[in-house]
Design a binder for this molecule. Sequence first.
Ligand code: CUA
Length: 166
Amino acid sequence: MNIHTYEKIWLIGALALIVGFIATVTYGAAGAGVAMVDETGGTIDANAVTDDEDFGEPRVEQVGENEYDVYVIAQQFIFRPDTIVVPANSTVTFHITSIDVIHGFQVVGTNVNTMVVPGQVAEITVEFDEPKEYGILCNEYCGSGHHDMEGKLNVVPEDEYEGESE
Ligand code: CUA
């Protein structure tokens, strides 16, 4: 079979584009250093969140040498805890759920950004290498106080970390 030269060029160009698109999507999903929300977060009874073993006391919990679990409740119009403190050089898994309506949970300046849906637990794992202060925003419209719904994440130097925050 004889393929015309111009047709070959177009075929190669089209293939290169397809490979390029797949590479871009793959990098966005897996290569940027932040794990995506997955199904491991599971579900929760939105009416009984405060009775839950973990979410009954929103907090930072050390679960390994440099590993922390953070349980966050989003509600109109606050995050609990409203200031999260973790040490630098740590791997932090956020578990976030809502007790009322759909909220957002975005750590500004990072790829941590998820919807927070009542009845579901959003789970995001991220590594923090450097001390830094981050703002946390709700970016789903959740009512009259939506624009005031914010929190803080303080990544402090390891030797200044004093344990669990509330
Ligand atoms: Cu919560 Cu917007």
